[in-house]
Ligand binder design. Structure first.
Ligand code: OSB
Ligand code: MG
Length: 378
């Protein structure tokens, strides 16, 4: 497969409700849509998931677009890909910049799946010799709320809608006691706690107490990204499973975490690890090592959400995914389709490739964007 066109379109999405984490409150979410066209005229789409600011991830929308334009495009424009994994080989000398690679890789997987007359879920399943599920169990990740009563109501509503698991975000260590109270108030519900790096060893006793709550499944990313050693020291003193998110950018990172004993679970986001090829390798390794694994989210737009649903459809994950229904995210999304919660599950797209379609406005706009590929030989 030869890519003859690559274009991108930055789009600003507006969240229905602010999403508060230790990195501040998100109200708008820029993403960049990637369009690729191959020599046969097939079109594939990807979504760049870096955020505006390099706080949760080291990349930003601007740095990632620069990497796509100045690093990824030149490597791609002379290539003839036999399979999506060839893309990863082509990028092998390019350090980091995982969301930039993942955005283009997503569009290439979309193209290959279409050529195989398969949905992306079927195509990923074929590589893993697994039959994808047609719907997946989902939970919801709730932004932090100062008011305990407000958060109680939000949890009650999410459970009534059918979400199979609640993730509470912490902004700081003081919010630990409020989170513990909420988890106690809903003994019938399963919880996760995501600190996004805002904790320290000073909270050890509190965390050991939290570990006694039978309905708390895990604690995600208590400490700084990159600090695998402190996570290992904490995990040694904690019955509760630690789960790593922003520490993990590659299969080697997972292997290092396992060797050190830094966690017992991994939050997998294809975009954070450079795409599906690496994500599948991580899944295989976690299965071998009996490390728990589940699918996270990054407030994706519809293209990225469709891609994440395809990954989450593989019957290998230990917990409901952080991929909620479309109605909890954006005032207006990128795609025509809505992902709807039914009995705590979301249907995986079944049409070819990603199985979703861009809204006419974005289709028209991206077609007008300049082609960054220039194939000299043709
Ligand atoms: O830490 O898992 C995280 C959203 C953006 C960036 C990081 C995280 C999150 C979430 C929300 O927790 C998951 C989602 O609903 O997309
Ligand atoms: Mg997280």
């Amino acid at each position: 497969m030869k890519v003859v066109r690559l274009a991108f379109l930055p789009v600003k999405l507006i969240l229905k409700h602010p999403f508060a984490t230790s990195h501040g409150a998100t109200t708008t979410r820029w993403v960049t849509i990637i369009e690729v066209v191959d020599q046969t005229g097939y079109r594939g789409y990807g979504e760049l998931e870096a955020f505006d600011e390099p706080t949760y991830l080291p990349e930003s929308q601007i740095t990632a677009r620069w990497v796509i334009q100045s690093q990824i495009v030149p490597r791609l424009q002379t290539a003839d890909l036999k399979c999506p994994q060839d893309f990863v080989e082509l990028m092998a000398d390019l350090q980091g910049n995982q969301t930039a690679k993942a955005a283009v890789e997503m569009a290439i997987w979309d193209l290959f799946a279409q050529h195989q007359q398969m949905s992306l879920a079927q195509y990923l399943g074929q590589f893993m010799s697994l039959k994808p599920q047609n719907k997946i169990a989902v939970g919801i990740s709730l932004g932090a709320q100062a008011d305990l009563k407000v958060q109680q109501q939000i949890i009650t509503r999410a459970l009534a809608k059918g979400y199979q698991r609640i993730k509470l975000k912490l902004r700081n260590s003081q919010e630990l006691s409020q989170a513990a109270e909420l988890i106690r108030q809903f003994p019938q519900a399963n919880f996760m706690l995501d600190a996004n790096s805002c904790l320290s060893f000073q909270q050890l006793t509190q965390l050991q107490n939290l570990a006694e709550l039978p309905n708390l499944l895990l604690l995600e990313q208590p400490f700084e990204p990159t600090d695998l050693v402190s996570h290992a020291q904490l995990q040694q003193h904690l019955k509760l499973d630690l789960c790593l998110d922003e520490n993990i950018f590659s299969l080697v990172d997972v292997k290092t975490a396992v060797a050190l004993g830094s966690c017992r679970a991994i939050n997998l986001k294809a975009s954070r690890v450079g795409g599906f090829t690496t994500a599948l390798r991580i899944v295989n390794y976690c299965l071998q090592q009996q490390l728990k694994i589940w699918c996270g989210g990054m407030l994706e737009g519809g293209i990225g959400r469709a891609a994440s649903l395809a990954l989450a459809s593989l019957p290998v994950f230990n917990y409901p995914s952080d991929l909620s229904a479309s109605d909890r995210y954006y005032q207006a999304d990128l795609i025509n389709e809505d992902f709807i919660l039914e009995n705590g599950q979301i249907k995986v797209p079944t049409q070819l490739g990603l199985g979703v379609s861009l809204k006419p406005i974005y289709l028209k706009k991206i077609k007008q964007q300049p082609n960054l590929i220039c194939r000299n030989e043709e």
